[in-house]
Unconditional design. Structure first.
Length: 270
């Protein structure tokens, strides 16, 4: 994805990079052939005196020294140019990284329905269109923002056209999570708890509430116990047992996710 981006964004840099790679390969081949020629001449000589009298070997060594010097000079120049090119390329690696995250997000969709299949070629064409059509900017950071924003929205819109309505919200969620994981904004232990919930053998404490049935309390407590093992939720088990009446408003609310958390938890949790 990085090569594709650089070819579209900086075609002259990519051409120069390719030229340097080819030149380095050519020089390596010349050096290898010279070394073989010298070794062959040395092995063909019968004794030391023959070597000293061998004009061909002396010419070969002189040519080898000259060519090696020229290759070394070329390598110094190409190393400087290659370093500058790589620095420019690396600035845009975050765009290629985002693109790779999004690609593996859409390839996961066949777990929802086997008919959701998206080829790499289709993805690359869409990515190329995103590079060409997104807003240009001379500032590198702004250009990166434009590229990421445009391509993410473009991919979302194009994929949604092929999804059943029931799966669009799930795709939005998966896309969001991929991006957050890419930004290292998600705790993996919290994510696993979110997906799997409580696990293992848990001894349920007596029900302290008068608004939860015992079977409901058992389910709630199992979740509280496991949440308490997570760094962000340390103390939630004891707090709920002591101040359980403060949570009844959330329990009774028709849109519970919009209610404020009791006490310190409103500030502690993002």
């Amino acid at each position: 994805m990085l090569n594709q981006l650089v070819k579209l964004e900086f075609p002259e840099l990519q051409a120069q990079k390719d030229e340097i790679v080819q030149s380095n390969a050519k020089n390596a081949k010349i050096t290898y052939e010279l070394e073989n020629k010298i070794l062959h001449t040395l092995s063909a000589a019968e004794e030391v005196m023959d070597l000293l009298k061998d004009d061909e070997l002396i010419d070969i060594l002189a040519d080898s020294k000259k060519i090696s010097g020229e290759i070394e000079e070329q390598k110094k120049i190409s190393d400087i140019a290659e370093k500058q090119i790589d620095e420019t390329r690396e600035n845009f690696r975050v765009v290629a990284f985002r693109a790779s995250l999004l690609f593996f997000c859409i390839t996961d969709l066949d777990n929802i329905d086997p008919m959701y299949q998206y080829s790499l070629q289709w993805f690359q064409r869409l990515f190329s269109a995103g590079v060409r059509n997104s807003n240009p900017d001379s500032d590198t950071q702004e250009r990166i923002k434009n590229l990421n924003a445009y391509f993410t929205l473009s991919l979302y819109q194009n994929v949604c056209r092929s999804l059943f309505e029931a799966h669009k919200l799930l795709f939005s969620f998966l896309l969001c999570m991929k991006i957050l994981f890419g930004d290292n904004s998600v705790d993996i232990q919290e994510w696993r708890f979110f997906l799997a919930g409580a696990s293992g053998q848990i001894d349920v404490k007596p029900n302290p509430t008068d608004w939860l049935e015992d079977i409901e309390w058992a389910q709630v407590y199992e979740q509280l116990y496991c949440m308490d093992q997570l760094e962000a939720f340390k103390g939630i088990e004891a707090y709920f047992i002591e101040f359980h009446k403060k949570f009844k408003k959330i329990y009774d609310a028709t849109e519970a996710h919009k209610e404020k958390m009791p006490g310190e938890w409103e500030e502690r949790l993002n």
